[in-house]
Design a protein around this ligand. Structure first.
Ligand code: CTP
Length: 403
């Protein structure tokens, strides 16, 4: 995906073993469409060579303020001016200390001081160095100065110790940079989503579920987080990985999903019900596996209705802005209109064709009080971003109305 098309990212490397990950990070940023300009400190060049970074970035790598290739010797100004964002990965304890104090004794720190664009840093160091009060003070100072601190992660370290201080993985950093450039249309809004299928057991090894993969709900959770929201996802059984910046509760059954939603929904501004919730469950679940017992007797099940989560939320005295989804096998326009009214939601989103289940692409039809809007076929993340904008506009209109 071309998420970073037209963006100019200045990638700064300071000294640390995590420099080897910056090679992969460069590749990922370029794959996402960014132009990557690498600047390395002297210490960084002890870990990885400018040749590697130049080959991967396709741009001249700068290492020195006094580089004779730069006219006027104003590398720090020219490089800072050209960047849409500066990402320092890895950011060593020394580099962080210099930035916190406004030192400018090498090209990287000088251009950070000369910048007007945002600065993101991905700290990477031994856990004792990270926990040291001096480092913590410096990091707090940088945060107060408006610098975005990414990580660090916890885990085994190159020094043999285990703890906090590892640089975030390259794909996480790429996703964070992508998110950073998304418009913050849901800044500080609290968004609750359900996603995926539910699983209704009939005995300890069998159950009833549906073909929902959870991809659309997870893409929406990610898009909402990218848009600046605090996101809580309540997910039915799916193998999809947890998204960065998104809190997740895993459930199996419709009743568990209902309980999880109702326990917290009042704290949210927006509720998006993407889950394909099973409408029914077996009235009684066998404690033992149901056996064939030698002769073939087809078991008969009695079903009972599951609670309707979305309906329960819209019935609350002060419901959040609610968005419903619909997957219909026929006549989406008719069913979508009817379902929006039936579910009493300001916005209902119809998946065009049930064959979108499990696929990476989708096409949506939006139903609201003004009529129908079509979001054309695209990958689910792009669609989710477009849908987040639609939701944000409508939610803002509702909250702007006098109560
Ligand atoms: N929904 C829900 N709880 C349920 C059933 C549905 O929260 N027990 C939500 C879904 O997450 C979706 C919307 O209601 O946002 C519509 O779901 P859908 O399955 O399309 O509709 P149903 O209400 O189940 O109606 P039907 O199956 O008859 O089409």
């Amino acid at each position: 995906m071309n998420d970073l098309a037209g963006k100019h990212v200045l990638l700064g490397l300071s000294g640390g073993i995590a420099c080897y990950k910056s090679a992969e990070l460069t590749r990922l940023l370029i794959q996402a469409g960014a132009r990557v300009q690498v600047v390395m400190t002297d210490a960084a060049q002890r870990f990885i060579t400018p040749v590697t970074m130049q080959a991967l970035s396709g741009q001249t790598v700068y290492t020195c303020q006094w580089d004779p290739r730069i006219a006027r010797h104003m590398a720090h100004i020219d490089l800072a001016r050209a960047a849409d964002a500066i990402l320092i990965a890895p950011a060593s304890a020394d580099c962080i200390a210099k930035l916190a104090h406004g030192c400018a004794d090498d090209l990287l720190t000088a251009l950070c001081l000369a910048r007007s664009c945002p600065l993101l840093i991905a700290p990477a160091m031994n856990r004792q160095m990270w926990q040291h009060p001096a480092t913590q003070r410096n990091v707090a100072q940088l945060r107060a100065d408006g610098v975005t601190v990414l990580g660090p992660a916890s885990g085994p370290q190159a020094c043999g110790e285990t703890g906090e201080g590892r640089m975030l993985e390259p794909d996480t950093l790429r996703n964070t940079v992508v998110a950073f450039f998304q418009p913050k249309v849901l800044q500080d809004k609290r968004v609750l989503l359900t996603a995926g299928p539910t699983f209704e057991p009939i005995d300890p090894v069998r159950g009833i579920t549906n073909r929902s993969s959870g991809k659309m709900g997870f893409a929406l959770a990610r898009a909402a987080a990218e848009a600046g929201a605090q996101v809580q996802l309540i997910a039915g059984p799916t193998a999809l990985p947890t998204l960065e910046g998104v809190l997740r509760i895993d459930v199996q059954t419709a009743q568990q999903m209902y309980d999880a939603v109702m326990a917290c929904v009042e704290a949210f501004d927006i509720f998006i019900a993407v889950a394909a919730v099973s409408d029914w469950r077996a009235e009684s679940v066998s404690a033992e596996k149901i056996k064939k017992n030698g002769e073939f007797v087809v078991p008969r099940f009695v079903f009972t209705e599951n609670p309707d989560i979305l309906a329960a939320v819209t019935r609350l005295p002060k419901p959040p802005f609610c968005v419903g989804f619909a997957a219909e096998s026929s006549d989406l326009e008719k069913h979508g209109r009817e379902k929006r009214l039936l579910k009493n939601v300001p916005l209902l989103v119809g998946n065009i064709g049930p064959e979108t289940f499990g696929q990476d692409k989708n096409e949506l039809m939006l139903f609201d009080e003004t009529g129908i809007k079509h979001l054309p076929r695209a990958d689910k993340l792009s669609l989710a971003r477009a849908l987040v904008k639609e939701i944000a506009q409508r939610a803002a209109r509702v909250s702007a109305k006098p109560q």
